[in-house]
Each structure stands twice: as structure tokens, then as C-alpha cells.
Design a protein around this ligand. Structure first.
Ligand SMILES: [Zn+2]
Length: 242
């Protein structure tokens, strides 16, 4: 945890973060987990399936919105789909964000995976796009059919080129930039979608994967609830960290 907190001061285990959320749902909202439709927008990397927190399966779902590095590539159609699947008196819960590896020795951008002798990149897509950015290999507006998601991540970084390349740890900054792009897009999608339930709850975070035996951590940056009857939106971050 100390090693993780060198980079992400507010990180906690993903298990703790899920427990806090379930307590909130049951005690404050007076809902059962089976009244909550979970959608996640996280990287399709297999490590995120391996380290998926067990208690998250108490919710309905998950509906998978994310492609490479967690960008919500299922778009407006995806958001509309699970919005129409949620129980009438329930809530939609969207957990989203990019991910980054930190090994137990504190190496950022890598993890040790099951059965391998060497570490590998995490997030591989973010690292690949960053490498291209450093080598001036990203062409503005270049999005191909065969590698559409990767090219989209490249374009996100290209728009913040100086900010990323001048940072002390460029991969950390690139991850922030990707977080902001995901957060903006999720909010835009929420605004354009109709929900037939009581609440929409948004949790935006950087998901931190570590070596197999260490599991994953969450650095939560947004925790908002929208009451759909009143359209009132409030942040629950203070309560979350208390
Ligand atoms: Zn990834």
C-alpha cells in the first residue's frame, strides 16, 4: 500500500472501495444490491477480469462499456442499453477510468502476470500510445478501422502532447489525461440518456493493478449521485474518504 500511495495518495484496495459502496447503497439509499445495475468502463485487459472484485457480482451486470484503457467505446447505444435494463425502483452505477500497473517493487507501468518470468506493460495501450507520442509517430486525425480503439487513445494523448511529455512521469500524466477524456465522455453520455430508475451513481477512478498476489487498488476521483426525480446532483467524495 505504501508503494502504491507514493504515486496515488488516496488509493485503497478495490475490495474496500466496493464494500464502502455496498454499505452506502444499503444504508443510505435503502436499496438491495440486486436493484443496482452495474456498468463498468475499464480496460478490456484480462488482468481486470482476473482481479475483478467478487462482491461486485452482487449487483446486476456488469454491462461492459470499456475497450482499450477504459474509454467507453460502446458509446451512446451502450449507455442506452443498460439504462433500459435497470429495475424501476433501482439505480444505475457506473464505475469508470483508465488503469495503470505498479509492481510490488514500485515499478510504474508494469505488472507481473501469472506464469510469466518477466513483467509486462499495464496499461499496454497507454504505454504504446505514449511511445508513439514520444517518437512523433501519431498523425492528427488518423483513426483506422482495424485499430480504431488504439488510434482513439493516441488522439487523446496527442491533444495534450506538451503536458504529457513535460511531466516528471509521462505515463502517470498520460493516465490523468485519459482519465479526463473518459470522465468527460461518461458525463456527456449520461446527459444524453434517459433512465427509468431512481438514481444514477458515477464513480470515476484510476484503477491500479499490481502483481497477481497483491490484487488491485482504486484511486477514486469522482463519486457523484444524481437523483433523477429532482435532477439534483451531489458529490459523495468526502463521505467516501471519511
Ligand atoms: Zn489496459
Amino acid at each position: 500500500m505504501e508503494i502504491i500511495r507514493n504515486y496515488y495518495q488516496n488509493a485503497m484496495t478495490t475490495i474496500d472501495s466496493v464494500n464502502i459502496f455496498i454499505d452506502y447503497v444499503e444504508e443510505v439509499l435503502d436499496l438491495e444490491p440486486r436493484q443496482v445495475m452495474l456498468a463498468d468502463s475499464i480496460c478490456s485487459d484480462d488482468v481486470n477480469s482476473i482481479q475483478y472484485p467478487a462482491r461486485a457480482h452482487e449487483f446486476l451486470g456488469p454491462f461492459k462499456m470499456g475497450g482499450l484503457d477504459g474509454f467507453p467505446f460502446t458509446g451512446l447505444t451502450g449507455m442506452g442499453a443498460f439504462a433500459s435494463h435497470v429495475p424501476d425502483d433501482g439505480a444505475v452505477f457506473i464505475y469508470y477510468g483508465p488503469h495503470i500497473g505498479i509492481t510490488k517493487d514500485g515499478i510504474i507501468g508494469e505488472i507481473h502476470r501469472i506464469g510469466q518470468s518477466k513483467n509486462t506493460g499495464c496499461c499496454g495501450a497507454a504505454k504504446g500510445a505514449l511511445n508513439k507520442l514520444m517518437n512523433n509517430q501519431i498523425e492528427e486525425g488518423n483513426i483506422t478501422e482495424i485499430d480504431y480503439q488504439m488510434n482513439s487513445i493516441e488522439q487523446i494523448l496527442l491533444k495534450q502532447k506538451d503536458r504529457v511529455l513535460n511531466a516528471k512521469i509521462p505515463l502517470l500524466e498520460a493516465t490523468e489525461v485519459i482519465y479526463e477524456a473518459i470522465d468527460n465522455r461518461i458525463n456527456e453520455l449520461v446527459e444524453k440518456t434517459n433512465y427509468n430508475c431512481k438514481y444514477v451513481i458515477l464513480m470515476g477512478a484510476v484503477l491500479i493493478n499490481s502483481d497477481t498476489e497483491m490484487g488491485s487498488f482504486t484511486h477514486t476521483k469522482r463519486f457523484d449521485i444524481i437523483d433523477l426525480a429532482t435532477q439534483e446532483r451531489k458529490s459523495l467524495l468526502d463521505e467516501y474518504y471519511a
